[in-house]
Design a protein around this ligand. Structure first.
Ligand SMILES: [Zn+2]
Ligand SMILES: [Zn+2]
Length: 135
């Protein structure tokens, strides 16, 4: 079954014909701002498997460093997806409907988490990025 997602106001909807991968939560100060939350909750998607179903014309975008960007609903402000060089790269887990059959596998940059956040016991966490991506 396809994975679906939508923004808070419901005007923008998408469908993914495939699986999400590499679900993670980043606690760095930038992700806190981007997600307006204690951390990001994000998973990657195969670009060819992602389709906008409704409301694509309401999307607005922010392009950040090195080709990475984000797309938001211009009505309600939900952050729906991340982009890389203009293509959808992943989705924010908060906008996914139901059970996408994936769990957050790791919490990264916990070393720079907000002072007010308390990490749950037992989660896989790293002070910085995941070991494979660091020197
Ligand atoms: Zn919306
Ligand atoms: Zn981050």
């Amino acid at each position: 079954m396809a994975i679906t997602g939508e923004c808070f106001c419901g005007e923008i909807r998408y469908r993914i014909e495939g699986k999400l991968r590499d679900a993670r939560s980043c606690h760095c100060s930038r992700c806190r701002k981007v997600f307006s939350a204690q951390a990001s909750a994000y998973a990657e998607v195969e670009p060819g498997q992602f389709h906008w179903e409704a409301g694509e014309e309401l999307l607005t975008r922010y392009v950040g460093q090195q080709g990475f960007g984000l797309q938001f609903c211009s009505r309600c402000g939900s952050t729906l997806c991340g982009t890389f060089n203009g293509q959808v790269h992943g989705v924010t887990l908060g906008c996914v409907n139901g059970d996408p059959d994936i769990e957050i596998g790791m919490h990264i940059y916990v070393g720079s988490k907000a002072k007010w956040e308390r990490m749950p016991e037992g989660v896989v966490q790293f002070e910085e990025g995941p070991p494979s991506s660091s020197e």
